[in-house]
Design a protein around this ligand. Structure first.
Ligand code: ADP
Ligand code: SF4
Length: 678
């Protein structure tokens, strides 16, 4: 297949200062939870992006000094020469495939608590550090010597970056994380000297550092600036009009403008809250201010949208973090005219939970993400079959579909059966819930791939029993029959069932997703699951005009979504919908007409009158079939929620892992780099 000429514009080279990108696909810097700890794994992942056609591939933030230490987050470091080989390995892997390597040098100012280095944090103005842990530490205001030192440190880091082989050396003023943004913003810059006050003064350090970096490495390296277009505080902070003035003042100074929103939760909005291209209103004014290339992001997965934003003069290069994570080969697939092979990002932000949990990035759509080196998985390739085995997969949810797809790609004969009328399992149900429609891509991409494989046959409306499984005569069975929500209140908080009166109208998420509704109009939701389900169902019921009270033992609604950057948006949406929230509260019993609430701190009880209770607590693996087959000594394995109920990402991963390990020897121990002793 060849490329559709409509997309030719995406493959034009772009000059960025002294270097040239071979096309307009630009993987902007993104964190990944691997950093210095998993250096070769990280280098391999970046190399695969380059192989997939991204003309520019960048690192995540790279700490330039122990005074910018964001431990325990695992980012990269360029403190001294000893960090150069690790960084050079990343650049080499990117260069192997003809792409340009970019490095995001970063000083985090008051967002670096320096827990590891124990340096006193520095900031544009004195203030408490800002961290997820609310560390009781204050950052001191930088004096003139500190500013001179910071310029020197940044310059030294730029020289090391050049030595490590990087083609683009960033000046970072984005996401509320870069110190140059803190200087630029009137929200954080309270200085009375020539670095504070007017926009010109607030932009002074940014200008100086751009000039320093250009002077240090600009002969061979491009110097991009990543800048926050909006801090969403109105005129109290940065907003597009003022940032445009700042850009106009320095328009031709850097070699590229990389535009983003601040903070990270605004920049990486999920599909539950925003569409592809959501940043356009904030960035569309920039290109007329500068002749330098402009990069923007907005979860672009559609080549038509990409062409539109370039032709309409919004940006010159398509920036992407998440679309490049979900499909490192997105550019190649457009180039080769294989549009339906594009594995579109679903905008769930599971990838971001890796950074927050300091563990390697994983992706719902791309189970190879983070496993490229440590398990040798590739997003596009898998080793061919080693036998003529026929595998029967029972359950076409995310685990079963991915196992079928990957085993099918290996060349095995696959039969996949599902009792339901449509494939997709939980994805088919959950994508109908408010805001989750993009999640259907998990199912759709796999069905499309399987549909092209003559060796994979999918049977729907085919409920399998032990007997019918034996009749199929497959050499191996994979059971991926999912899980069901518990009805007894058991969850994180209650390890034993709670009292539920027989006359009570007690429902589960499965009931709601299969169309059942509460009998009365007031529903109390007990959310002891803490991810999205409780909040999403509250929204669903409220929009259907139920009165909704959401009870959670946690301090926040949908607590886990802090790590998908959605928590604040979820809680404010629920409050704005008029949903009553009982935080730090447990449901201890459910009766007809009320639930009993208990304060998790004091144990004080109260009664909440309601017509029905919705229990969102935990799930039971649907593993009966598996155990029956084990009893019959049938060659059987299980994967996904029927083994361990978890995320859709975990189910997809489990399916891929089964396919990768099939015919081999599973090994729980993956490749890792072990610390060299001093
Ligand atoms: P996972 O997340 O692990 O992939 P899901 O719950 O999404 O699990 O999917 C499980 C699928 O298994 C559902 O589509 C369900 O219809 C199917 N299933 C469960 N039991 C059987 C069975 N006995 N025969 C065929 N399909 C089944
Ligand atoms: Fe997209 Fe979700 Fe993958 Fe992140 S984890 S890249 S948001 S599909």
């Amino acid at each position: 297949m060849s490329r559709d000429p409509r997309y030719d514009i995406l493959f034009e080279p772009v000059r960025i200062g002294p270097v040239t990108a071979r096309n307009r696909f630009y993987q902007v810097p993104h964190c990944n939870g691997m950093g210095y700890r998993d250096a070769t794994a990280l280098a391999t992942m970046r190399g695969i992006k380059a192989e997939g056609g991204w003309a520019v591939v960048c690192t995540e933030m790279v700490e330039i000094h122990p005074g910018a230490d964001v431990a325990p987050y695992t980012e990269l470091r360029i403190w001294d020469d000893r960090d150069v080989p690790m960084l050079a390995r990343i650049a080499e892997k990117i260069h192997e495939h003809g792409s340009l390597a970019g490095i995001e040098l970063c000083h985090s100012g008051y967002t670096a608590p320096n827990r590891w280095s124990r340096e006193i944090p520095i900031a544009v103005s004195a203030r408490p550090v800002s961290s997820d842990y609310h560390d009781p530490i204050q950052a001191r205001a930088m004096d003139k010597q500190d500013i001179r030192d910071l310029r020197q440190i940044h310059r030294a880091a730029a020289l090391r970056a050049k030595q490590a082989g990087y083609d683009l050396v960033y000046v970072y003023a984005g996401h509320g994380l870069g110190i140059f943004q803190h200087f630029l913003s009137r929200a954080t810059n309270l200085r009375g000297d020539e670095y504070g006050g007017s926009l010109e003064n607030r932009a002074r350090l940014l200008r100086e550092v751009i000039e320093d970096t250009k002077n240090a490495v600009g002969d061979t390296c491009a110097v991009p600036v990543r800048i926050a277009m909006n801090e969403f505080q109105g005129s109290a902070g940065l907003e597009p009009a003022e940032v445009e003035d700042a850009i106009a003042m320095m328009a031709e100074l850097p070699d590229l403008w990389d535009l983003s929103l601040s903070s990270w939760s605004n920049d990486s909005q999920t599909s539950r809250f925003s569409e592809e291209g959501f940043q356009e209103p904030h960035i569309k004014g920039v290109k007329k201010l500068t002749t330098k290339p402009v990069v923007g992001v907005g979860r672009y997965t559609s080549p038509d949208s990409m062409v539109r934003v370039i032709k309409s003069g919004i940006m010159d290069m398509i920036g992407a973090a998440r679309p490049s994570i979900a499909d490192p080969f997105l550019p190649k697939k457009i180039e080769e005219g294989r549009l339906d092979d594009i594995r579109e990002c679903i905008g769930c932000n599971i990838c971001i939970t890796g950074d927050y949990s300091m563990t390697p990035i994983r992706c719902t759509q791309n189970p190879a993400m983070g496993e490229e080196w440590r398990r040798g998985w590739h997003p596009e390739r898998i080793r061919p079959k080693e036998s003529e085995s026929h595998v029967l997969i029972v359950g076409a949810g995310p685990a079963g579909l991915e196992a079928a797809r990957a085993l099918g790609q290996r060349g095995y004969q696959i039969t996949i059966a599902d009792a339901a009328r449509e494939a997709g399992g939980r994805v088919a149900r959950e994508c109908r819930l408010p805001g989750l429609s993009a999640w259907s891509r998990v199912r759709d991409w796999r069905l499309l791939q399987i549909g092209k494989m003559p060796n994979v046959r999918l049977y729907l409306e085919s409920e399998m029993t032990t007997e019918s499984i034996v009749e199929v005569g497959a050499s191996q069975v994979l059971v991926s029959t999912g899980a069901t929500w518990r009805r007894d209140g058991t969850g994180s908080y209650h390890l034993r069932p709670i009292t539920i009166a027989p006359a009570a109208d007690a429902l589960t998420p499965d009931d709601l997703m299969t169309g059942k509704r509460p009998k009365g109009k007031h529903v109390a939701i007990f959310d002891d699951d803490h991810y999205y389900m409780g909040g999403v169902l509250a929204e669903l019921l409220r929009k259907e005009d139920y009165r909704v009270s959401l009870v959670t033992p946690s301090a926040l609604v949908s607590t886990y979504t802090k790590w998908t950057l959605e928590q604040v948006r979820i809680q404010s949406r629920l409050l704005n919908l008029g949903i009553e929230i009982f935080a730090n509260t447990d449901v201890t019993s459910v009766a007809a007409g009320h639930v009993t609430l208990t304060c998790v701190f004091t144990g004080k009880e109260s009664t909440l009158p309601c017509d029905a209770a919705l229990l969102v607590t935990a799930r039971d693996p649907a593993d009966r079939l598996y155990h029956e087959l084990v009893t019959k000594n049938f060659p059987v394995s299980r994967a996904g929620d029927c083994y361990g109920p978890g995320t859709i990402a975990a189910a997809v991963y489990a399916g891929r892992r089964f396919a990768e390990e099939f015919g081999g020897t599973p090994n729980a121990i993956f490749r890792r780099e072990v610390t060299a002793l001093a």
